[in-house]
Ligand binder design. Structure first.
Ligand SMILES: CC(C)(COP(=O)(O)OP(=O)(O)OC[C@H]1O[C@@H](n2cnc3c(N)ncnc32)[C@H](O)[C@@H]1OP(=O)(O)O)[C@@H](O)C(=O)NCCC(=O)NCCS
Length: 362
């Protein structure tokens, strides 16, 4: 039996949800270019596309938006639990605990349950965020879109249309991405016949890792450590010579430009093109690509989505500790779509391992 480390190049299922073509740099959601959806659709419309199979008409979209908005409130016991969790617990672990606490009994995944969880993720994040800061979360509203309401809950005021549009583009571009590690984790759990909440907590655990969804906050840390354009080259050289990785570069599938990075670069340029931080990001990217080619020739390492995700999230005013939780918010849409799809032709995902240990003496 051949071992394929990291399951690289292995297809575990067929899916109608998204195409990730790493050679051509293409990302398609159910027949639509993700980068076009990001500038022309709302997050709700894209979730609808993923869950129902087609883009909604005006009325369908409004109904879906109202449905999501109607389920934003957290059960009292969940709010109380958020207050009691240790302060040092990181927000991703809090989300895992909170999502699993939404489960009521053994329940098969359905779209209704997916709506209920997706609607509550922004409230969970904002509630914990305010608890830790000692500030008050504003009263939940139903008249704002999912994206606008998330910013409103965090910041206590309505964000500008440009900020809402930028965050919406980020949420759409990160909503779904084929068989990435967290989606795979979610599908494995769903394939055992377990419930939606268990599958989602597994996915959240996988997303938390710095090689997956934990990268954007590390990108910001990297830019802070670099500090200035002049320091970019010596800093990156030191890092590569120490055998360390540059966050926001490289991808298991994309061996060319990540289309999401390209789209987010434009979004962040539109929003903060004058900001010195954006200028530093552009320079660090340019230097990093040149030095990656020098230190890792032929590995085809390009900028990935997380690099400019950090720029967009920063530009809309989110603090670093909310970057990965915000990614969780968007990817919950893709996870739920995959979990629902898994249920339509389920076969337990159960690969094998090759034993290399000792055998009994006899
Ligand atoms: C995303 C990632 C985990 C993909 O990993 P992968 O497909 O397993 O790639 P590999 O680990 O096989 O890397 C191949 C080579 O490129 C190098 N490499 C990959 N990403 C690198 C990076 N970001 N910086 C420096 N070198 C990198 C590896 O060290 C390896 O070099 P080697 O051949 O000398 O051993 C990896 O590129 C990475 O760690 N990136 C940084 C984290 C990040 O931005 N994650 C967000 C992903 S969207």
């Amino acid at each position: 039996m051949k071992v394929v480390p990291g399951l690289e190049g292995i297809a575990v299922t067929e899916t109608e949800l998204s195409l990730v073509d790493g050679e051509k740099g293409h990302l398609v959601y159910r027949g639509h270019w993700a980068k076009e959806l990001a500038v022309s659709q709302t997050f709700e419309a894209v979730v609808y596309l993923l869950w129902y199979g087609h883009l909604p008409g005006k009325e369908e979209e409004q109904c879906f938006r109202d449905l999501l908005a109607s389920q934003r409130e957290l059960p009292v016991q969940v709010t109380e639990m958020l207050e009691r969790l240790p302060r040092k617990m990181d927000l991703m672990s809090v989300l895992q605990t909170a999502v699993s606490s939404l489960a009521t009994a053994e329940e098969t995944p359905t779209r209704e349950r997916a709506v209920s969880v997706l609607a509550k993720i922004p409230t969970l994040i904002a509630c914990r965020y305010h608890l830790l800061r000692g500030s008050r979360m504003p009263k939940i509203r139903r008249d704002l879109s999912h994206t606008a309401h998330y910013l409103y809950l965090l910041q206590g005021r309505e964000a500008s249309p440009a900020q809402i549009r930028a965050l919406e583009a980020y949420l759409i571009l990160t909503a779904e991405h084929g068989m990435n590690a967290s989606t795979f984790a979610g599908r494995v759990v769903a394939s055992t016949g377990s419930d939606l909440f268990s599958a989602l907590t597994a996915a959240i655990g996988a997303l938390k890792g710095p090689l997956h969804g934990g990268a954007p906050s590390e990108v910001e840390g990297m830019l802070e450590a670099v500090g200035s354009v002049e320091e970019a080259e010596p800093w990156i050289r030191r890092r590569l010579e120490a055998g360390e990785r540059l966050m926001g570069f490289g991808h298991r599938v994309y061996k060319t430009q990540d289309p999401r990075a390209e789209a987010l670069r434009k979004v962040s340029e539109g929003l903060s093109g004058e900001d010195p931080w954006f200028h530093l990001a552009v320079e660090v990217e340019r230097t990093a690509l040149r030095l990656l080619e020098e230190y890792k020739p032929g590995r085809r390492l390009h900028t990935n989505v997380e690099f400019y995700a950090a720029a967009v999230l920063r530009a809309v005013g989110l603090p670093k500790e909310l970057y990965t939780p915000t990614f969780t918010l968007s990817r919950t849409a893709g996870w739920c779509a995959h979990i629902l799809e898994q249920m339509t032709h389920n076969r337990i995902i159960r690969p094998q391992s090759v034993y290399t240990g000792a055998m009994p003496c006899d």
